[in-house]
Design a protein around this ligand. Sequence first.
Ligand code: KG4
Ligand code: ZN
Length: 341
Amino acid sequence: MPLLAVETSCDETSAAVVHQGRVLSNVVSSQISLHAEYGGVVPELAAREHLRNLIPVARAALREASVEAGQLDAVAATRGPGLPNALLVGFKAAQAAAFVLGRPFLGLHHHQAHLYSPWLRGQPPVADFSRFQPNLSLIVSGGHTLLVHVRAELDHHVLGSTLDDAAGECFDKTGKMIGLPYPAGPEIDRLAEAGNPKAYDFPRPMIDDPNHDFSFSGLKTSVRYFLRDHPGLLDDAQRLRDLCASVQAAIVDVLVTKTIRAAKRLRVGCVTASGGVTCNRALRQRLTAACERERLTLLLAEKNFCTDNAAMIGILAERKLMRRAEPTTLDADILPNWALG
Ligand code: KG4
Ligand code: ZN
């Protein structure tokens, strides 16, 4: 029987229907253009937009999957972490749907769901998970940068995370300084393609630290000083492209070096990556090359499943139900600061 999943933790309203490892539908309504003029996500606006979009998005997901609400076997939603008001909209709506349908409800951890994004492939069913475990997972987005040791299914341990800005935040804040629209990550990626990544030397924070944590705020600050010391650089199109390529190279260097080092230290055979920044072409190329060199299997989330989506929530819910996880009670609350164990 199919399952309906809902994700509203930040600025994407998403609903998906999954069935036995297959993603029957995954509808995502992005609010990017709404928040662009403010240079970042405005929580109050995000929540109101979820309110407006959730029912049409859920209807579209059911229609696309050719599933009637009455045929659903269970309902799941993101419980945290995320923006409180944004989470509330999707979580409470999904709880109410489960209540009306008399079906089990699962409130799930957003990052635990990201661990499943590399397996999402649309129509073919999710591949055999156990073949790829244990693995080392990089989750890298606008809000988070995490290295997770997945020992076995639903058994994971966070090795490290960012001490300040997330990698995507570093892309976005750097982009803002150089006049790019929010979110700047995709635009930096595009401009960097014709730039020289060795043109300017930016710091690689914590790259040699033996721990698995990250820090990106110093890199952002060094770009600020660099711009102060190079007035007029932004008026030169090629130097702007070189700047984007150089900043991107610094971020990617840190992510790839620390991911590979952790994978080798833990002696896992597989690396996976998901989250919005995993769309970055330089990161995909560098991770691919590094994993080939180290003979590690790499599972990169497909680009449409890198960013936030409900399909990953649905697949996690199915896996939990298969393992007879307890449903979440219908009076349970959201957990905006829920840390992944
Ligand atoms: O996972 P996501 O959609 O939302 C959360 O933050 O949870 O990730 C969005 C982030 C933004 O910071 C955006 O700039 C970044 O992912 N991003 C990219 C690229 N595409 C999206 N960063 C670098 N290169 C890209 N191609
Ligand atoms: Zn996310």
